[in-house]
Design a protein around this ligand. Sequence first.
Ligand code: PLP
Length: 964
Amino acid sequence: MALDNRRLADLAAHDAFIQRHNGPREEDVTAMLEALGEPSLDALLERTIPADIRLGRELDLDPPKSEAESLDYLRRLAAQNRPFKSYLGQGYHGTHLPTVIQRNLLENPGWYTAYTPYQPEISQGRLEGLLNFQQMVMDLTGMELANASMLDEATAAAEAMALCRRANKKARSHVFFVADDVLAQTLDVVRTRAAYFGFELVVAPAEQLAEVEAFGALLQYPGESGRIRDLAPLLADARERGIMTCVAADIMSLVLLTEPGALGADIVVGSTQRFGVPMGFGGPHAAYFATTDKLKRSIPGRIIGVSKDSRDGQALRMAMQTREQHIRREKATSNICTAQALLANIAGFYAVYHGAEGLTTIAGRIHRLTTILALGLQEKGVALAHDSWFDTLRLTGVDAGKIHGRALTHAINVRYFDGGDIGVSLDETTTAHDLDVLFDVLLGEEHGLSVRELDERVVAEGASGIPAACRRQSDFLTHPTFKRYRSETEMLRYLKRLENKDLSLAHAMIPLGSCTMKLNATSEMIPITWPEFAEVHPFVPRDQVAGYKQMIDELSAFLVEITGYDHISMQPNSGAQGEYLGLVAIRRYQAANGEGHRNVCLIPSSAHGTNPASAAMVGMKVVVVECDENGNIDIDDLRAKAEKHADALSAIMITYPSTHGVFEAGVREVCRIVHDHGGQVYVDGANMNAQVGLTRPGDFGGDVSHLNLHKTFCIPHGGGGPGMGPIGVKAHLAPYVANHVVTPIEGVNDDCGAVSAAAYGSASILPISWGYIKMMGARGLREATELAILNANYIARRLGEHYPVLYKGENGTVAHECIIDIRPLKAASGISEEDIAKRLMDYGFHAPTMSFPVAGTLMIEPTESESRYEIDRFCDAMIAIREEIARVEAGEWPADDNPLVHAPHTMADLMDDGWERPYSRELGAFPTEAVKAAKYWPAVNRVDNVFGDRQLICSCPSIDEYRD
Ligand SMILES: *Cc1c(COP(=O)(O)O)cnc(C)c1O
């Protein structure tokens, strides 16, 4: 190539990232089009996307930046965040993420690119990590059961409220009691949820619970300004009177405080952020949810349980998986799908690394420093609002103005209460030197206190802020796992050992339909651990986060242009949360216009389970719209139902392209019908990867959509979270999205409550999506969408010769994913979609999405990031599996004894002396040459689902079982 003829600007490699993100090379595109019989990519798109919704222009975005330029630009933005040290508390605390965990887990694609562990045989590593998390939560809270993470403390508390109602059928009251020292953002979220559940909230001092009739109650432990109450009498009295109780507890304080389980709580929730997860301006972090054993079948979220595999070996899995929301739909009681698996793993490993002794030292040190601070302040005549504390003091009668001035000079943030009180919360990162500075700030520099002398006094007097009745008596983290990995060498190897059990994008494509497992580029990931983004408290004054603000504003502007909406709300921290907020905005808008009675939500039968679950959560009545035999929304049925419910029609929720993987030609018509009958249109944006740059939901009739940034916009799935589900809305809905009580959001009505704990959800992972869009630019994003569609059609063509492709568009093409139907094969051979999914593991692949949206099918989504080489490798595997099924059909192998039903094959199978199967060990474990060259070994044989559900064990197995 003649470089000399090109201008310097053309040599700047601005295209380079597009080439890195997209898998197929130019010659591959040509070959794939040829295989499809398409003259050009444009021709394929013309046949695939209805003409009346095509964008017809390039998106209006800045030209793409190279990886180096993008990182450089972002570094300059990050530098605009001012590095104050925060003592703000309120549910967010400084922490030291152990570097061995940072490098080998948080920054390691082997961990962060994995998917939710629906296929347990290739997920044993992160399942063990999550089981450790559950054990840690159970131990520290003193509860019998814990789930494997919630989105944040506030939503966990809201879920607890709903659980109290469900589980407490006897209580006739519709009142939910909330203590007035619950975190403000928690109350905000609980209030939003309660409104649509029809609950009345009573907010009062905790003691007044004794005088209130309620179905449930939420208490904070310690209270939000630091007070430690002995909750035992209150909880006992509540139980006596048939009130279910939830205690929101600070996980670090529980190391020293009596565990809420021993106090008599029914549910305990909280954040595990301060167990090694950076504050990140609000998230992501894992919340925990723990209950008594009685509530085990109604606990929300995912629970990891112990089961066995087909060789009777111990194996972990997600318990009660069939209970997941896509089965329960509108009967679901919670809409949680994506949670915070990666962050739960970090918190779990933090506990494993420190063990009970380490945590006791850390919590003890935090408390000791707080006690020194308290004694010093008291010595200087400062009054404290409470005579108990763990890590937080509330100072009264001080000169807040002077303190504020000195705090600014020392670049620290303390909390300013209305009325002039000052709050200070210490954490793991606080040092003795920090205390010197704090005394200077709180008392003025002439205080003359010595931290060392105060410390001697604390030791001599045995001073403590923890009331004697509230001191923890019981052991915790006694399981060997929490003792064995204390040295860095042991921890490094433990992390690596678990990582090696799991299949991630670092091994192979993960062709999960609807989940969009695309590249999570290194240059997108790098900034999330920069301290300027990671170590920011969400409640700092806005002038300290100019960099965050600009990054979020820019990302919002990108998403406005990409979607055709007018405004973005960044608050929801998952797609399902976005659905919830979108529907809340619709309800608020309709109520403001005198149409609050509208409560019917139309949902096509093909919808993702979170759709009806979210609708149910905002008090809507779900009316199902049928699909025709081609999988499209049955327009006649829609028209009839819209007419029938015209007076009560609130909204429709559609997915586009549909969950059947088709660009429905009638989508404009669908939107028109609903609008004509007074309803709003919610477009589920999970399939946005087929739209970006080609069509926009805001143009074809959507009023609101969520965007799964962890699908289309490159945030990794983290083995089941984090995610982000911001919503785009048309202007008329913009004032009705979520505000935030602590950090108000411009342009949103004051009375619009929050849906997440932090104003911008999981803000610290937004640089990932920002970087993706910045580096792709308009052309890159469009090409990505085009290649995603090409890859899917190529797969549909190659596999279509061997498996029936269930749905296609009018012109015989599919969108960005395709569904193959296994039902006829199963009828003929007895081989099920599950057998195929497990057999794919032997070939080194993760299965496609199983039985969604149609039972007995597999939904394949390759994304643009997969190369033709990898896609061919996958198709070859699927075709080879089809040939194996043919041998079963032909009677060559018995229906119950063949490589499919025995899949996946493990090393244990190979070592089996008594191998008597009608196929060789080699065929079982090494079905292709490619597998021989690079074998991924499933850690366990096929996991027994029923066994694990029948006897639910959700704690770490005893040491004897380890020995087995
Ligand atoms: C993934 C998905 C959702 C839910 O999103 P989460 O981020 O997991 O909460 C909703 N609808 C569809 C179609 C999806 O694929």
